[in-house]
Design a protein. Structure first.
Length: 267
């Protein structure tokens, strides 16, 4: 069985049929196409707006709750570093674009409006402005990536993981050079990389420690390009920034080729 996880790029936002009720776009997702090429079933854990905390939790819960499931392949596309989540005392909503599951709100520096409580929303806005440093979330997600790699190795699962968007890698490069990371987040003079040499060493060593198949979209040593960059090359980015049908097909083919090389021992 194939298990995939990530944000809207994995779920298949803006693909033909995505806005039907219920959605009928699944055949256009790279998950569906890849599973058919491999002749296996699949489960798509993609969620629109998902941050990496939610992605990691969904993977963990699925593996924990389905110990007898014969998962042979896994694809994880990690989302924007800046996305976070907040448990709010509000009912869960699953019929909205960015679903609130388990009473948890997904938000980022550009999506604090998703937070229901005005007071909390204002505090979070101020926190992003005054205190936030992308390096912390990069560290947390790289740790998650290491754990998923180890977990798949222990269970004999062929894993391909990386980032969904070239912006993720640009953010990492920015944290190492003190450049503006974007996402509406300013650079603070007291958060310079040379002031955290141990972090810088940890980050560079962590990136080196990951397999090339765990560094999709993360520099030249990654086994594949990120999904967004591929979509740009095809001129196949939808109105709201999601890769289209042609890109999903091409990405499925690249994943299939990469898995084949892994299984043949040529990668």
């Amino acid at each position: 069985m194939l298990l995939t996880a990530g944000c809207s790029f994995v779920w298949g936002d803006e693909l033909d049929g995505y806005d039907n009720n219920p959605p009928t776009h699944w055949e256009h997702t790279f998950t569906d196409i890849l599973a058919k090429k491999m002749g296996i079933d699949y489960v798509n854990l993609g969620r629109c707006g998902a941050g990496n905390e939610q992605i990691f939790r969904l993977i963990t819960d699925y593996l924990h709750d389905n110990p007898d499931q014969q998962i042979t392949h896994m694809v994880v596309l990690w989302s924007a570093w800046q996305r976070k989540e907040w448990v709010e005392y509000q009912p869960s909503e699953r019929d909205v674009k960015i679903a609130r599951e388990l009473n948890v709100t997904q938000f980022s520096s550009l999506r604090t409006q998703n937070i229901y409580t005005k007071k909390i929303r204002e505090i979070v806005d101020d926190w992003y402005e005054r205190c936030y440093d992308t390096r912390t979330d990069v560290m947390h997600t790289l740790s998650k990536m290491k754990m998923v790699e180890l977990l798949c190795e222990s269970r004999g699962i062929n894993l391909i993981q990386g980032v969904f968007h070239r912006r993720n890698w640009s953010n990492i490069m920015a944290t190492l050079t003190d450049a503006d990371v974007g996402e509406g987040i300013p650079v603070h003079p007291d958060m310079q990389i040379d002031k955290v040499p141990e972090y810088k060493e940890w980050l560079t060593e962590s990136l080196k420690s990951l397999k090339t198949t765990s560094r999709v979209g993360m520099g030249k040593s990654g086994a594949m390009k990120d999904l967004y960059t591929l979509g740009q090359q095809f001129g196949d980015i939808k109105e709201f920034g999601h890769p289209g049908e042609k890109t999903n097909l091409a990405y499925a083919n690249l994943l299939f080729e990469t898995f084949t090389k892994m299984e043949n021992g040529t990668l």
